[in-house]
Design a binder for this molecule. Structure first.
Ligand code: FMN
Length: 308
C-alpha cells in the first residue's frame, strides 16, 4: 500500500487523529517534553492528575526500579486547580490535539467540584476520572474497588460536566467486569484501563521498604499481560470504547491492545525510558498498517482471532 493509512479513531463523542495518547502523570502538562515531542502529532495528551487544592505528594524516595517496571508512590503531587488554570491552561488551549484533564478527589463532592470547574472550559477536550485514590469518607478504601462507589463518582462527574467522561479503572479489584459495567451504566463515555497495580519492594540491607510510602503502584512491561487481559475482559462486557494502558513500550505492544479491542492506547512508563516513545509507536503503527494492507487502523480494533 503506497498511500498513508488512516489512523483516526473515535472514542465515543471524541475524535482522535490517531490512537496514541500519553498516560496521566508521565508527560506532565506536555510542556516538559516540548523540545522532544510535538504534542500536536499525538492523538491526545492526558495531563497530570489534578486536584482542587495543590498537593505536595508523598515524601521521597517515591520511585524505585523493579524487574521490567517501576514502583511509584508520587502521591498525586500537583499544583491544584487555580494554578493550573492560570499557569498551564492558556498554552494548552493553543494545541491542536485532544487535551484530556485527569481529575481525582478524596470525596465524591471533590470530584464533582473539579468537573464543574472545568465545565465549558475551552481547550479541554475530555475528562479522565482517576478512581484509584483513597476515599476519606470510607476509611481510605480506593473509590475504584467498589462498583457502587465507582458508579457514584462517575454519575457525579457526568452530571457536572459537558465534556466526554473517561473513567480510569483500578486493576486492584477481584473482577474488573463488575466495575466496568457499573461505570458504563452511570454514564461514562469511555473507560481507560489499567492504572498501576499495588506493589512493594524491600531493601534487604536496611530491611526497610524502598519507598517511604511503603507501597507503590507498579507500571511498565511487567504489568502488560494483566492490562491486556483486563482490556479484553472489559471489551467483552461494555459497549463504550476502552483505552488500553499498561506497559506499552513499542508499536507491537500497542497493537496487542488494539487487537484485544482497545480503541486507543496510552503510553506511560515508556516516556521515562525513551522520551520519544510515543512518536516511535506512532511511526511503528503506520508501518504495520502499510505492510499489512490495513487502510484504516480502526479495522484492527477487536480483530482478535480465537480458535473455535
Ligand atoms: C510516575 C507516575 C505517575 C502517575 N500519575 C498518575 C496520575 O496522576 N493519574 C493517573 O490516573 N494515573 C497516573 N499514573 C498511572 C499511569 O497513567 C498508567 O496508568 C500506568 O503507569 C500504567 O501504564 P504504563 O505501564 O504505560 O506506565 C502514573 C504512573 C506513573 C509511573
Amino acid at each position: 500500500m503506497s498511500s498513508q493509512p488512516d489512523l483516526r479513531v473515535k472514542l465515543g463523542p471524541l475524535d482522535l487523529k490517531n490512537p496514541v495518547i500519553t498516560a496521566s502523570g508521565t508527560f506532565g502538562y506536555g510542556r516538559e517534553y516540548k523540545d522532544i515531542v510535538d504534542p500536536n502529532l499525538l492523538g491526545g495528551i492526558i495531563l497530570k492528575g489534578l486536584s482542587l487544592k495543590p498537593r505536595a505528594g508523598n515524601p521521597p524516595p517515591r520511585i524505585v526500579e523493579t524487574p521490567c517496571g517501576m514502583l511509584n508512590a508520587i502521591g498525586l503531587a500537583n499544583m491544584g486547580l487555580d494554578a493550573f488554570m492560570k499557569q498551564e491552561l492558556p498554552r494548552l488551549q493553543t494545541l491542536d490535539t485532544a487535551v484530556i484533564a485527569n481529575i481525582y478527589g478524596h470525596s465524591i463532592d471533590e470530584y464533582g467540584e473539579l468537573a464543574a470547574a472545568l465545565k465549558g472550559v475551552d481547550g479541554i477536550s475530555a475528562i479522565e476520572v482517576n478512581i484509584s485514590c483513597p476515599n476519606v469518607e470510607r476509611g481510605g478504601m480506593a473509590f475504584g474497588t467498589d462498583p457502587d462507589v465507582s458508579a457514584e463518582v462517575t454519575g457525579k462527574v457526568v452530571r457536572n460536566t459537558d465534556k466526554p467522561v473517561i473513567v480510569k479503572l483500578s486493576p486492584n479489584v477481584k473482577d474488573i467486569r463488575i466495575i466496568a459495567k457499573a461505570v458504563e451504566e452511570a454514564g461514562a463515555h469511555a473507560l481507560s484501563l489499567i492504572n498501576t497495580i499495588t506493589g512493594m519492594a524491600i531493601d534487604i540491607e536496611t530491611r526497610a521498604p524502598k519507598l517511604a510510602n511503603i507501597t507503590g503502584g507498579l507500571s511498565g512491561p511487567a504489568i502488560r499481560p494483566v492490562a491486556i487481559h483486563m482490556v479484553y475482559q472489559a471489551v467483552q462486557t461494555v459497549d463504550i470504547p476502552v483505552i488500553g494502558v499498561g506497559g506499552i513500550m513499542d508499536s507491537r505492544d500497542a497493537l496487542e491492545f488494539l487487537i484485544a479491542g482497545a480503541h486507543a492506547v496510552q503510553v506511560g512508563t515508556a516516556n521515562f525510558v525513551a522520551p520519544r516513545a510515543t512518536l516511535d509507536i506512532l511511526e511503528g503503527l503506520k508501518i504495520f498498517c502499510r505492510d499489512n494492507d490495513v487502510a484504516q487502523i480502526s479495522e484492527l480494533i477487536g480483530s482478535l482471532k480465537i480458535a473455535e
